[in-house]
Design a protein around this ligand. Structure first.
Ligand SMILES: [Zn+2]
Length: 329
């Protein structure tokens, strides 16, 4: 289509057709198609399909895991430190507030010497904040890659890091009291296997906290065929609703403690950013600059939109689920 220029001269990533990751069915229908609007790591078109048996929405064909280093380029936002204090003081301030808010449910939990694992820890801002407030807890972070700056900060704060896809990393049985997955499960190649692995790694009575895109977000219907930011082609591979994520957790010995909608200004921003990729010339440059996740005014605008939506009891495109590990029956 020529709309997306390949800045990195990357050849096509090799893709694979996959069955439904939740029920194994191979019968599905296409529901949305699009490109890597955010990073243009490849010029290929990708397709989200919906399982005919269980309704799960997933990317197929999808890039093989061996191409992770291409679809997560070196300027990927967590590696680039885009939301750090050096990059944007306003975004960094709100990010800190969001992190504190994210952890507020676990305030009492952190008074004990608990073991915390964050998978997909990115720039480790959550673990660093946690360790700063509660030095007695043990923290471990897992992600595909870390910069030297992140490694140095974590070594200084006594945070253990493990690098690689979680699918390939071994977790000891009952090794953690809290596992955190923020905006991670939608990126996994094998979410069901990873949740089973995480379940084994959490001690009975321990907790799991997940934040992820909600495929039932009210704003998806405005962009459902291609541009909805929750698709985030080709890095999002599995999209959940409250119900499908809840069912997956229950199958893995978790009891849902709490679930609710979160603000989703980044999803809105990505939706508009994808949309303006299709506007011509100068207009595209100007709008593309405004609808960017590095623009605090754009994020604030959409945060206000979602605040109103939450007052009206809408389901947003961002969800949180907190679950407790129960003993196997
Ligand atoms: Zn299915």
């Amino acid at each position: 289509m020529g709309l997306l220029m390949n800045k990195h001269n990357v050849s096509c990533v090799e893709c694979e057709e996959v069955p439904c990751g939740l029920c194994g069915s191979v019968v599905h229908a296409a529901i949305a198609q699009g490109y890597d609007y955010e990073y243009q790591t490849t010029t290929q078109q990708f397709t989200f399909v919906q399982c005919a048996q269980c309704g799960h929405i997933f990317l197929s064909p999808r890039p093989k895991m061996a191409y992770a280093h291409i679809i997560y380029p070196s300027n990927y936002y967590t590696l680039e430190g885009r939301h750090s204090a050096q990059s944007s003081k306003i975004i960094s301030f709100f990010k800190k507030k969001i992190i504190e808010n994210r952890l507020s449910f676990f305030k009492d939990f952190f008074t004990k010497p608990v073991r915390v694992l964050e998978i997909g820890c990115g720039d480790c801002s959550l673990l660093l904040s946690l360790k700063h407030k509660f030095p007695h807890i043990a923290c471990t972070g897992v992600d595909l890659a870390f910069t030297e700056t992140i490694r140095a900060a974590c070594t200084h704060a006594d945070i253990a890091l493990r690098q690689g896809p979680i699918e390939d990393i071994t977790l000891g049985d009952s090794s953690y009291d809290l596992v955190i997955l923020n905006q991670l499960i939608e990126h996994l190649w094998h979410p069901a296997q990873v949740i089973a692995k995480i379940s084994r790694s959490i001690a009975p009575g321990g907790m799991l906290s997940i934040e992820t895109v909600n495929v039932c977000g009210y704003d998806r219907k405005f962009f459902s065929k291609s541009f909805w930011g929750g698709y985030y082609f080709p890095r999002h591979m599995n999209l959940f609703s409250f119900e499908s994520l809840g069912a997956l957790l229950k199958r893995n010995n978790f009891k849902i403690v709490k679930r609710y909608s979160l603000l989703a200004p980044i999803i809105w921003t990505f939706s508009f950013h994808a949309l303006v990729c299709h506007t011509p010339g100068k207009m595209r440059t100007a709008l593309g600059k405004f609808f960017a996740d590095r623009n605090p005014f754009c994020l604030a605008l959409f945060a206000m939109v979602d605040c109103i939506a939450l007052i009206l009891r809408c389901t947003t495109s961002n969800q949180k689920i907190i679950a407790r590990k129960v003993l196997e029956e």
